[in-house]
Design a protein around this ligand. Structure first.
Ligand code: ASP
Length: 434
């Protein structure tokens, strides 16, 4: 049995709905369908979720929201009418309108998935199951065992269903949203609970490319990769699959495929536990992010002075700064922070570090891009890192920082923002061989 998730662009309008139906009709193993809210298409420039976020802001500010509300209503009514779907969407919408004065933001923003799933269920002739009735949050996280119990009480074996992604409910029964792109997580959780043979994630790209195609033209597709590699690439900036959706499929070893609704037979990327790779392929993928600030602190034998590190970390914590990674040397520690987060408070943080931490030295480097070359091969063949560095060196790219931990499947290079694109194309050209 397959769990299939369709992203926002796959359900953006009636044409896309028809493509989804053709995909479902082709394979009777596609029994559990999870949908995002209608997203962008050539004609529709704004995702329903973003319209709902604007609507929410306007109604909370007591501003006129009628224009945004009309846009949302029109889109759903158009899908219904174009496809002659027998579902009273007008009634559902008027219920939502009646709740606008008192409902929570999470409830309102989740209505995109709710309405899209209702329409899809009626269109496919599948049963609608509301995620609010089984996807249970506890302390901000999904409680897997409560969720599985609830779901198995509602779901009848082998039934064909449509479920809205992106939300669940907390123990008071209030709707709670996941993070953006969360429908991937909803689908992965259902694949886990149902022990699916395959989790298909239908998007608008034919699988995951080895690097950003805006930087590397004619970039090759990754035909298969491991869960670990996908998690690392998602963390470092690939946004085809929600990073947190990896774990539910990984722990049950459920093969996962990234496919294209617009070209269903053009192949995709398969995600599995282990892959036997051709020795010549040095890396699986390259991802990166710009705009980091690196703070390096130095103290003689710092590794023996845990109390100093604790003080440094408590300063970051006090300012609610997420520290991305902490590579260590004997006398030094590096902290990587997103520049947007430290903006405006960097001077204050620096003076607190100077006055409270008894450091020998510290320095700040701004405008750093972090680029990760990911491959499970890196842990067994650490020399790959040296090879990559040597071709970067030949291209006169100044590497400001290298992080590779022994057991790790990624090597991260820090370069100036201005060298970001050049570094990615260079690693691609030399390590992938194009
Ligand atoms: N509709 C939500 C978003 O735009 C969730 C999702 O697409 O998975 O982020």
């Amino acid at each position: 049995m397959k769990v299939v998730k369709f992203g926002g662009s796959s359900v953006a309008d009636s044409e896309q709905f028809a493509k989804v139906k053709a995909i479902i009709d082709e394979d009777d193993q596609r029994k559990v369908v999870v949908v995002s809210a209608a997203g962008k298409s050539v004609a529709e420039k704004i995702k329903i979720t973003d319209l709902l976020i604007s609507l929410d802001k306007l109604r909370l500010n007591n501003s006129d929201y009628s224009e945004v509300l009309n846009k949302i209503v029109e889109r759903f009514v158009r899908i219904k009418n174009n496809l002659h779907i027998n579902f009273d969407i007008e009634n559902e919408i008027s219920n939502i309108e009646n709740n606008l004065k008192s409902c929570t933001s999470d409830y309102l923003i989740s209505r995109g998935e709710y309405l899209t799933a209702h329409l899809m269920a009626a269109y496919l002739g599948f049963r609608f199951i509301d995620s609010a009735d089984f996807m249970i949050f506890s302390n901000g996280e999904i409680d897997m065992s409560a969720t599985a119990d609830k779901f198995m009480n509602i779901y009848q074996n082998n039934e064909t269903i449509v479920v809205p992604g992106f939300y669940g409910s907390n123990k008071n029964g209030d709707i709670q949203l996941m993070q953006r792109g969360g429908s991937d997580i909803s689908g992965a959780i259902l694949a886990n609970i149902l022990d699916a043979d395959l989790y298909e994630n239908w998007t608008d790209v034919s699988g995951i490319l080895m690097a950003d195609p805006r930087i590397v033209s004619k970039c090759k597709r990754i035909d298969s990769l491991t869960y670990g590699e996908l998690q690392e690439l998602s963390y470092m900036g690939f946004n085809v699959f929600q990073e947190e959706a990896v774990q539910p499929v990984r722990i049950k070893n459920i093969p996962t495929k990234i496919l294209n609704t617009n070209h269903p037979h053009s192949g995709g990327t398969l995600v599995v536990d282990k892959i036997k790779r051709d020795d010549k392929q040095l890396i699986t993928g390259i991802a990166g992010k710009k705009n980091y600030t690196i703070i390096t602190v130095k103290k003689y034998q710092l590794n023996k002075h845990i109390e100093i590190l604790q003080k440094v970390l408590s300063i970051f914590q006090k300012h609610h700064l997420a520290v991305d990674s902490v590579p260590s040397g004997t006398d030094s520690f590096r902290f990587m922070l997103q520049q947007s987060e430290v903006k405006g408070i960097l001077q204050l943080v620096m003076s607190e570090l100077k006055n409270n931490c008894n450091l020998d030295e510290f320095s700040v480097n701004d405008n750093i891009a972090l680029i990760a070359a990911v491959s499970t091969q890196l842990s067994s063949r650490p020399a790959i890192a040296g090879r990559i560095m040597s071709f970067l060196d030949k291209s006169l790219i100044n590497i400001r920082l290298v992080i590779q931990e022994g057991s790790d499947m990624k090597i991260v290079f820090g370069v100036s923002n201005s060298d970001y694109e050049r570094t990615i194309s260079n690693i691609y050209k030399n390590a992938v061989g194009q």
